[in-house]
Ligand binder design. Sequence first.
Ligand code: NI
Length: 165
Amino acid sequence: MTVFRIRTFGDPVLRQKLREVDPTEADLPTLVQNLAETMYDAPGVGLAANQIGVLKQIFVYDDGEGEGFKAYMNPVLEEGEGEVIEEEGCLSVGGIQAPVKRYERVKIRVTNMDGEEEVLEAEGLLARILQHEMDHLNGMTILDRLDDDIKRQVISEFHEKEGLV
Ligand code: NI
């Protein structure tokens, strides 16, 4: 198991729409362990494969409910209801918090690590995490969900944090 460097804003892997995963792919258990270890090391509550440079539709999360981490692949949004704006951060954008509008409740079809389909029904923090990770798999980050002026602020704060300006 390995802690990977988390790719950050500006890296083209974060802009790619990732390919669907075949659950029998031999490298998936190792990939998931590496994702989980990198997420906990950061620390964060979720991590998508492209954040460590792997272009597959798979992500891990731990919403702090004491069940450890979970890993799913090939998510599809089936239903989204309500709207809620809350502060949200991303490890690829320096963890800087910004208000992001999300569905309040979601139903998301996923494939689990046993290769079975499941429908996850979530609200609150978990709904937010799932939508955030799905965005990553579609080549998006929170920056794509922000108003232009807030986006500029977050980017400049990020560059300052990275020591780029
Ligand atoms: Ni993120």
